[in-house]
Write a new protein. Sequence first.
Lengths: 525, 389
Amino acid sequence: MSEYILEMQDIVKEFFGVKALDGVTLKVKKAEVHALCGENGAGKSTLMKILSGEHPSGSFSGKIIFEGKELNQTGIKDSEKAGIAIIHQELALIKQLSIAENIFLGNEIGKHGLVSFSEQLNRTNELLSRVKLNINPLTRAGDLGIGHQQLVEIAKALSKDAKLLILDEPSASLSEGEVEVLMGILEDLRKDGVTCIYISHKLNEVTRICDNVTVIRDGSTIGQVPIKEIDQDRLVQMMVGREMKNLFPREEHKIGEEFFEVKNLNVRDPFNSNLLRVKNASFTLRRGEILGISGLVGSGRTEMVASIYGSFQGERNGEIYFEGEKVNIKNPDDALSKGIAMVPEDRKKDGIIAGMSVAKNMTISNLLKYKKALDVIDSDREMMDVLKYIDEIKIKTASTELAIKNLSGGNQQKVILAKNLLAEPKILILDEPTRGIDVGAKFEIYKLIFKLAKQGISIIMVSSELPEVLGISDRVLVMNEGEIKASLDNNGLTQEMIMAYSVGKKNEENDAIDNEEIITSVGGV
Amino acid sequence: MQLSKSVSSEKERKLGLSSIFKSKIATILIATVAIWVLFTVLTGGNFLTTRNLSNLFRQMSITGILAIGMVFVIILGEIDLSVGSTLGLLGGIAAILNVWFGFSAIPTMVITLILGIIIGAWNGYWIAFRNVPSFIVTLASMLVFRGILIGITGGNTVAPLTADFKTVGQAYLPTVFGYVLVVLAVVGSAYLILGNRKNKIKYNIEVKSMAFDVSIIAAIGILSLGLVVILNDYQGFPIPAFIMLVIALILSFVGTKTIFGRRVYGIGGNRDAARLSGINVKKHILVVYSMVGLLAAVAGILLTARLNAGSVAAGQNAELDAIASCVIGGASLAGGTGSVVGALVGALVMASVDNGMSMMNTPTFWQYIVKGLILLIAVWIDISSKNKK
């Protein structure tokens, strides 16, 4: 028998006459971690949907051979039976149910139609320890952070005795610490003989954990190489088809005077008013400055910027000064009229209106700009703006009237960026602007950020990716447990220094990280 | 860059044309024609007499007006179960003012319309500012308003109305007026379509061929002329149908061309995203429900005038007909999609079934069964065609 557990041969898949996959070949060895890389829209997700049975046999051409047998699946159940489990980018846990109930949903343990809860709890505890999650299995899934939900999803896949586990960008919403845990889990799985297909845009993870990598571009396989024989630059080059020398196109820009100040901002949790999400946060912002906000997931970064934008539901107190005046921003409308715009963290939930066209999504927050008599929209001027931005920031769409949900993540994000630029902001808040989007689109968004800064627009960028924070920011705020722990000029700053503040190690001297110096250098903060 | 631009505009044109042929509304119009042919055959041609068609449009106007309001609620992603009771209550109040208190037609109608807005705002207030689900708020209103109606009328029918009041529901526009309407329709559509074309050329935006635009104007002219000739052949344009048409024109315009309309679609498509885009969601909910109340008042006045009486049973189940009309016309209860034109076509389907089956003297119970099945099948066809994509 062949050394491969999985062989996908010459897969061709069409949507509306457009070839999403055009002869893709993927070969995965048993018990390896196999990386699948490619820009968004390259066809990775489509390929995985075919493998997981979401696109059943017959809807595509080509052969899938799994464990020596040709796979012929009519749906997801068939693939699961064969031992293939997928963990989607969008988590699919039911918030109201407990961890244990979620894990065994559809595969309940029990007899005669009755569920044996004690048995399920025992099994859940075992599975949770395998994913290094020390949590009561009766916790409601909705009470878990996104990172923990991801780990529960993995536990769920393990519960099905999967032989092949597909992880679709599992680390997109994980903090650095959680990524470490994930890496450990993947190591263990490899030892247990479980094969993993790992889809990620984070190349340092790919080069670190994976054995082989297959790169797909524009629906075709570009190549399959052992990780040892390739470096990140070469990988990026294969993905985008051109050489990309510097991932962060840093440009000099003039930083002006301080014009925005947040003083003693406190933000409460919307559902638990005893819980402070942001504690006594104060900072200032200069014109044309790019201010990075770093911190682990749950450190209060999103809550802080969303409160400034007026969109956070929790109670808030503190003072905000804008161009010398004290302002009271009660809702996003107030913020937009002051010139503060925000690209939200969760693109799907808070950003796009999925069924609406690209054009309408882009102009939805700025319709007043096109107002004619009788509240009528001047559709020609609207269309001119839309075409201008499609051209300017290179949004790839078949038509302005296409529903935005048909675009790739990167292009959706560009539409949302265009929407916020139409507001002609003085401050643009970007909450995880490059989450889950491909290298090429990332690069263009970075270029745009510098271009805006050059125009004198101030950027506040929340990001979980430290290289991004270091590559883009002029100054970095580090948050931990709702507090701003440090304000650091991006001058000789390193990932380790930021991480030290993120994990709240400020006062521990016995740690491996040499942070004594940093504390003295920013002592006043 | 130039290349990709021209490619995308060509795609757009194809998309535009095919979407006209593939649109849900076209499908339903074809279904309506089929229903008409069926009834014509079954009634030995009586269905297609000008007298009956005139009746059909008059009957349709009540459901049509309610459906026009309802479609905005559905686009918002909400529901209104109270419009039937609201219609009944306001029709009853109008009758009481006119018959018991001797108010003449105009003041009666003005008061009724204002009460309609207040009632609609009441629903909207609870939904938008007190966060009670619309299903619950309007279910409560449905019971409360029906109860109030029975209470204030003492369960009695309030009749007869003054002559000027009856006119609104029973009279016809003079035949000349019908032809004036045709001219207005042609001139108006030509002005809008050609003006739009001129602007597009000015801004260098792709336009369809001149022949296409002209043939659309011609089609509008022929259809409206045909309609007016048929109606004039009997007694003229029924006033309720005329009022429905005017409301449909205005609100179709509001839905597709105005900032308000665009925002309603946005809120229905994704409420969180709309809120983060600076849209005042609560205000829009309040306005839409107030508008629905106003339209229910119009429908109430028309029904009372047509029946020449205020009755405690008026408008019972009307909300269900209105919701069904919207859904048959392509609106999704998930919000974000739907159109006034679709709702109107849906109302035409419902009214045609009612009318045709009563002409055939089919027992009422069959009307319920047939209408229910049409609703089910229409939505099934819609969903299965979406899944195929």
